[in-house]
Design a protein. Structure first.
Length: 319
């Protein structure tokens, strides 16, 4: 009953903000995921309809950017920052998030690591007051404000954005002289990205056409809208850029598949730690996407350290 009530509420909210067609396909996609039917078809239809809405409503922004010369004339430098955001600062990080942050500091390979917080973000980016007011009023969640932050940071400064739950196990390779990087996998699942990019690990030179596009689109979206059309809004917008801007398409196409076992550690956090398995998970992967929410245990039921416990023991005293 609770699930049905939630679905009806989500439908009504989407109907009010985005119309019947989008509300129908968003709701059908939710039902398909919950009851495991026609997921591929329904997700593809939902993706197409949401992109049609964005393409039509924000056509002027898209056309303005398409009309500009798409020259990629800046690259990642050895001194380009690695950007991480935790709004309340390092002291307020959960234990696993702090371990992730410390792993990035350890393996940054001499690149500066800058932690963005509510206290310092204005030192690095300029964001319209209309948007920051919507953050204060909670029309924009901190999660989705971080989408705006990452694109503004990369547009204005260049560098590499890593989500706060990225855990490194080797030195970052040098991305110097590359104009763009991201995590990219062979296509799988029903993601709008088709695994061609990852918003939680993305970087490039400042003023890259993708960041120019994303900054403009996110600013305009949140000036006009009062709710989120989809949790993965930035992936829908990157998908539009990929289709509409040859320079963005070329940049994404130029990234090889990498970090294939991205989620292996996350899937085994509560399992007994095993050095052989760790070697396997890190053999072709140095960036690992973890999670700090949910039940995490430092030891198994029979008292053995878990992968989660192992990570904490390396970087914190909370094991």
């Amino acid at each position: 009953m609770k699930s049905i009530t939630s679905l009806m509420s989500n439908f009504k909210n989407a109907q009010k903000d985005f119309g019947n067609k989008i509300a129908f396909w968003i709701s059908l996609n939710d039902i398909g995921r919950r009851f495991n039917f026609s997921k591929q078809y329904v997700a593809a239809k939902k993706h197409a309809i949401i992109k049609d809405y964005l393409r039509s409503k924000y056509a002027k922004i898209i056309q303005n950017i398409k009309s500009q010369q798409q020259v990629i004339d800046t690259k990642i430098e050895d001194t380009s920052p690695i950007w991480i955001c935790w709004w309340d600062g390092e002291e307020q990080m959960p234990a696993l998030t702090r371990a992730c942050y410390q792993s990035v500091c350890k393996y940054a390979n001499k690149q500066p690591v800058i932690l963005i917080t509510k206290y310092n973000y204005q030192e690095y980016v300029t964001i319209p007051a209309e948007i920051t007011e919507k953050v204060k009023s909670k029309l924009i969640t901190l999660t989705h404000f971080s989408d705006i932050l990452r694109m503004c940071l990369l547009y204005e400064n260049g560098g590499i954005w890593l989500d706060a739950t990225i855990y490194l196990t080797q030195d970052m390779p040098s991305y110097a002289q590359k104009n763009f990087t991201t995590i990219k996998h062979p296509p799988s699942g029903t993601f709008v990205s088709n695994c061609l990019w990852s918003g939680f690990c993305i970087g490039g030179g400042k003023h890259h056409p993708l960041f120019t596009f994303m900054r403009a689109m996110l600013f305009d979206y949140w000036k006009k809208e009062t709710s989120l059309i989809d949790y993965y809004l930035i992936d829908y917008l990157i998908s539009l850029a990929y289709e509409q801007l040859p320079s963005v398409n070329q940049s994404i196409q130029g990234v090889p598949h990498n970090n294939i076992q991205l989620y292996a550690l996350q899937q085994n956090l509560n399992n007994a730690f095993d050095n052989t398995l760790l070697d396997e998970y890190t053999s072709d992967t140095f960036i690992h996407k973890l999670r700090w929410k949910g039940q995490l245990s430092t030891k198994t039921e029979d008292g053995k350290p878990t992968f989660y416990g192992h990570i904490l023991s390396r970087y914190t005293d909370q094991n």
